[in-house]
Design a protein around this ligand. Structure first.
Ligand code: ATP
Ligand code: MG
Length: 267
């Protein structure tokens, strides 16, 4: 049996910071590098399905509310990449969660075993401080936070950090900040340059290299393609491939550390 998959929530309560673009291209890039990936749309806007040109007959709603198996509901979209879509019915799923005794942990319970078929799960979160996002954070083991390179987005970062801390302390789940991802970076723009400096000063190695503003990234969803398919030589593809490499490098280091710990425990 495979080990539990790595579970990455792409989260920022602020809207339009590049969460869906990041989720899709991170998941697609990980799948291209040979991993088996499940991409979960945890946002009732359904932007993941719309961007890849799919609508599952059953959705995350059916997994959360009816207990359907994620691997049976997920739609295979590319080699190594399955997607669990969502639509407006997710609002009803949230009402269902609200009435359950362990309301923060339903996603973890429902997805737990079913997702052992995958190496990595990527969760595209909605721009909200919602019960659904609490569920996503309690299911995830790490969080990537896309932050647009502008002043108000930087202000919002504090709130994101507070949310992660609350999940750790109040919900007692050890979710880690994997990295902060500056998005919509424009080197000609002073605010963009200042935003990067601020994020690097604060997060040091956990501040990833930025994703530049790139028209191809905006166009790819209308062609129902990932950036690697739509414009493989674009800045967008280059930047997202760098993110994929960073995330896989961290995963490999984590696995080595885990093996070292196992060896020393065994000796
Ligand atoms: N680096 C980029 N350069 C240009 N356009 C981008 C870039 N990243 C994302 N976009 C575009 O910006 C818009 C918002 O991006 P996206 O949907 O990924 O954000 P989001 O955080 O998921 O939004 P929401 O909070 O509504 O879920 C989309 O039209 C997307 O195609
Ligand atoms: Mg989105």
């Amino acid at each position: 049996m495979r080990a539990t998959p790595k579970r990455i929530a792409v989260f920022n309560h602020k809207g339009g910071t590049g969460k869906t673009t990041t989720s899709i291209n991170l998941a697609a890039g990980l799948a291209e590098s040979g991993r088996r990936v499940l991409l979960i749309d945890a946002d009732g806007q359904g932007n993941v399905g719309a961007s890849l040109g799919i609508a599952g007959q059953r959705t995350l709603y059916h997994v959360l509310v009816n207990g359907a198996k994620a691997s049976e509901v997920a739609v295979p979209v590319r080699e190594g990449l399955d997607v669990l879509t969502s639509n407006e019915s997710l609002a009803a799923a949230e009402l269902f969660l609200a009435e359950r005794p362990n309301r923060d942990r339903i996603m973890r319970e429902r997805l737990g075993d079913a997702c052992r078929d995958y190496d990595t799960v990527v969760i595209d979160c909605a721009p909200a401080l919602s019960l659904m996002n609490q569920n996503a954070m309690v299911y995830a083991d790490s969080v990537v936070v896309p932050v647009a390179c502008d002043y108000l987005s930087l202000v919002g970062v504090k709130q994101v950090l507070r949310t992660i801390r609350n999940v750790r302390e109040l919900l007692q789940h050890d979710v880690q900040l994997l990295g902060v991802l500056p998005t919509f970076f424009d080197v000609r723009n002073r605010i963009s340059r200042e935003a990067i400096l601020t994020l690097r000063n604060h997060f040091e190695r956990r501040c990833y290299d930025p994703i530049r503003i790139n028209t191809k990234l905006r166009e790819a969803p209308s062609a129902k393609q990932t950036i690697f398919e739509y414009a493989p030589k674009s800045h967008g593809a280059e930047d997202y491939m760098r993110l994929v490499q960073r995330v896989t490098a961290v995963a490999a280091t984590g696995q080595r550390a885990h093996r070292r710990a196992e060896l020393s425990a065994a000796s």
